[in-house]
Design a binder for this molecule. Structure first.
Ligand code: PDD
Length: 279
């Protein structure tokens, strides 16, 4: 995974350089996407490009490429890196300029794409902790300014957990880098889309797949005490797919094992991948 894309060129990672004046470096002024690739093929690419367009619009940055151009560059990068399973990281910053907080008048965005190897996650249970959501109020933007998320995830790691589940004013928002579902009385619930969560592509797919087979699911606010009494908790993301949280703040969730509904949804997800890639 040593070939990267930077501003129109494919380069070895070691040769890629950006300016220390880049607003991504100075201000975290940029947005990103993480897109999974299975066996050389992109998964839910148009949804990721659509969300990228949303993030760009929210930060008043014109999309530097068309959908077709994105697809061509991304496809070539994956191929140059040997296909297989990859997690593609794509970042656009406002570009290189003198440091002023406001937008510079003339600036060319920096486009950086790199691919990492992607170990397909298992369905094993993970631990999570709850923390106060200390992030800003534009979490629907997939911003590269992630210091709060970094600190929140680090606290999970220090507690020997995989994820921090975040609480804002008594309600669950999402994980530091995942969306959250809980099961209450057999119904899957995930917080509705808002400025306080990222509209996860995996979250949306899980809802679609459950609705397709008429498994009960809802988009509703979740209180901290509902989280505490949940029969099951799942976290979702492009690199995690869907994982069961079997331990929350040191207490077992349900019976401390991946739940029944989880097992169904996990296989719906795996079958869907088979369907889209192999017909
Ligand atoms: N993170 N919420 C947050 C805050 C996230 O950062 C992510 C993904 C998600 C899940 O979104 P999706 O299903 O579209 O991946 C939810 C990526 C994987 C990351 O930052 O590495």
């Amino acid at each position: 995974m040593n070939t990267i894309y930077l501003n129109g060129e494919f380069l070895p990672l070691a040769q890629a350089c950006i300016s220390v004046q880049d607003r991504g470096f100075i201000f975290g002024d940029g947005v990103y996407e993480v897109i999974p690739v299975y066996d050389g093929k992109f998964f839910r690419l148009s949804q990721h490009l659509q969300r990228l367009a949303h993030s760009l619009e929210k930060i008043h940055l014109a999309n530097p490429l068309t959908q077709a151009q994105w697809e061509t560059i991304l496809g070539e990068l994956v191929e140059r890196n040997g296909g297989g399973n990859q997690a593609v990281y794509l970042q656009i910053t406002r570009g290189e300029a003198e440091r002023t907080h406001h937008f510079p008048a003339k600036v060319t965005p920096t486009i950086f794409i790199r691919s990492n190897s992607f170990a397909i996650p298992t369905s094993a249970g993970v631990k999570a902790i709850t923390l106060e959501d200390t992030r800003w109020s534009h979490c629907d933007i997939k911003s590269i300014a992630l210091l709060s998320s970094v600190l929140l995830r680090q606290q999970a790691v220090e507690a020997d957990a995989t994820e921090s589940i975040l609480i804002r004013q008594g309600q669950v928002t999402e994980g530091a880098a995942t969306n959250v579902f809980i099961i209450l009385e057999g119904i899957a619930i995930t917080p509705p889309k808002s400025q306080f969560i990222l509209a996860g592509i995996t979250r949306e797919l899980i809802l679609e797949l459950m609705q397709e087979v008429e498994l009960p699911c809802r988009e509703e606010p979740i209180t901290k005490s509902q989280l505490r009494y949940a029969e099951e908790i799942w976290i979702t993301s492009s690199t995690r797919e869907v994982s069961p949280v079997t331990n929350l703040d040191g207490q077992m969730v349900g019976h401390g094992q991946p739940g029944q509904l989880y097992t169904k949804v996990y296989s719906l997800f795996q079958n869907y991948k088979q369907r889209v890639f192999h017909g």
